[in-house]
Design a protein around this ligand. Structure first.
Ligand SMILES: [Zn+2]
Length: 482
């Protein structure tokens, strides 16, 4: 087959698979057998591409990943089920059911008794060993598939993201180190109200904070429809968002976290969303519509690889840019019409979570980079992650990393959010300089974002320099520490 035929086959199969995954997340009927069949066909196309071509390079790397994904499918399904089954509490309940891996975060956000949260955490840490062999297996498959093509998952990641190992390491170190003290001081400030105790401890993980600290903010956004707010916001930027289909229906099996699906880019882009709580709903709707406008802005005449193979940090740049508006004091004051005290409370809490994120993801990302570089076992990775948590925030039992929802499920991914958040700070500075503090009311600002979104897999990464200073300075200014 010639390149164009392979690419169009790749697109056709990918969009059929996405449709099935979309249905699964939406809580609709989906066809497992069809998914397997499509994955096999997609592997065949990828292998054929790898046999015949070395260019375009992004397509080459994506093809290797497609093969790895298909070979991991079985063990990943096992991991998904066993994690739910084996990581489960003997002692604690939530809504009459045993606390397990799936409702752990919900438990942490509802349970005010910190002793009980600690007991569940310790119990899960003790049980983590039961799923270690599956994580080992999953990682070994990736290692093996990439080796066939003289690559590691890390090398492929760094190449797509156009960043060197040392530069990424330095960026993560800088962010983590410089966020640490402010994070710890602010954590002490918030602990009595949010954690119901004097001090933050190892079991108060990122998700416990996130699940608890935003709840008091719901009252400010009660009665506001996040869909209406995002439509108005993107309308001001002159985006025609009617092609983005939103499914806001409530179904029992629908995933509680919002998501965006580029089923066929740019013509079929969908958002799944389920009401959970006003504040976080608003944040996640803005985030997902950021992915949405990125998807619909693609040029339908561009190649398959340009439209589909986008570095993860580039994809997250658009979502984080739009989401970050919901922590912009001017937007909160003028667009959402909030009082000054509410604005301050929202900004402080979001910034605190950004600092928490930086310290946590510095440890996560550095461990993952070293994992591939130094061929760590799961045990060695746990020891290393524990050291890194002590360095960047609070010493946490190392095996926690296999209980995380991203680290054991992906080869890399972790650093992409960090890179994107820092890149967005650069982009926001540019938007503010050129179009003013309320840049979202300027049609030219919208035009710039649209043009950037249209570059998709050819986004000019080098042009948007990462400036950790600007980002850190902004996140570290908390009103109660001034
Ligand atoms: Zn995202």
């Amino acid at each position: 087959m010639i390149l164009a035929e392979l690419a169009s086959e790749f697109e056709k199969l990918s969009s059929q698979i996405s449709e099935q995954y979309y249905r699964q997340y939406a809580g609709l009927a989906y066809d497992r057998e069809l998914m397997k069949k499509l994955a096999q066909q997609l592997t065949k196309v990828s292998k054929e591409f790898l046999k015949e071509f070395t260019d375009p390079r992004s397509m080459y790397l994506a093809s290797v990943e497609t093969i790895a994904e298909a070979e991991r499918l079985e063990v990943e399904l096992d991991f998904h089920d066993q994690r739910m089954e084996k990581i489960s509490s003997e002692k604690h309940l939530i809504n009459g059911k045993k606390v397990n891996w799936g409702n752990w975060r919900q438990f942490n956000s509802q349970m005010d008794n910190s002793q009980k949260r600690k007991e569940v955490f310790d119990e899960f840490i003790a049980k983590a060993q039961k799923i270690v062999h599956l994580v080992e297996k999953r990682m070994n498959i990736s290692r093996e598939v990439y080796r066939r093509y003289n690559l590691t998952p890390l090398e492929s990641y760094l190449e797509l993201e156009q960043v060197s190992y040392d530069d990424l390491l330095n960026l993560l170190r800088k962010l983590g180190d410089e966020a640490k003290q402010t994070f710890l001081s602010a954590a002490d400030h918030f602990a009595p109200q949010i954690l119901q105790k004097d001090k933050v401890e190892y079991y108060d993980d990122f998700y416990t904070w996130r699940g608890r600290i935003f709840k008091p903010l719901d009252k400010y956004l009660e009665g506001k429809d996040p869909l209406e707010e995002i439509r108005r916001f993107l309308g001001d930027l002159r985006f025609n968002i009617s092609p983005i289909k939103v499914d806001a229906e409530d179904r029992p099996k629908k995933s509680p976290s919002a998501s965006c699906w580029g089923i066929q880019i740019p013509n079929d882009v969908r958002i799944l969303y389920r009401r959970v709580s006003p504040f976080t709903d608003t944040r996640s709707i803005f985030h997902e519509f950021g992915h949405g406008i990125h998807g619909i802005s693609a040029n339908p005449d561009d190649s398959v690889w340009k439209r589909y193979i986008v570095p993860m940090s580039v994809a997250e740049t658009f979502s984080i840019l739009i989401e970050s508006v919901t922590e912009n004091p001017v937007f909160l004051r003028e667009d959402l019409k909030l009082e000054e005290a509410a604005v301050r409370e929202i900004v402080d809490r979001v910034r605190f979570m950004n600092l928490t994120f930086m310290t946590f993801y510095a440890a996560n990302s550095i461990m993952k980079m070293e994992f591939w570089k130094n061929n760590y076992t799961i045990e060695k990775a746990a020891l290393r992650w524990e050291e890194l948590t002590e360095h960047f925030f609070i010493k946490t039992p190392g095996i926690y990393w296999v209980l995380h929802h991203i680290m054991p499920n992906y080869d890399m991914y972790s650093p992409s959010y960090v890179i994107a958040a820092v890149r967005v700070a650069t982009l926001r500075t540019k938007l503010t300089q050129d179009y003013g503090e309320t840049w979202w009311r300027n049609r030219e600002a919208g035009e710039l974002i649209k043009q950037l979104a249209q570059t998709r897999g050819e986004f000019n990464i080098k042009k948007w320099k990462l400036d950790p200073e600007t980002y850190l300075k902004e996140q570290k200014s908390l009103s109660f520490l001034a």
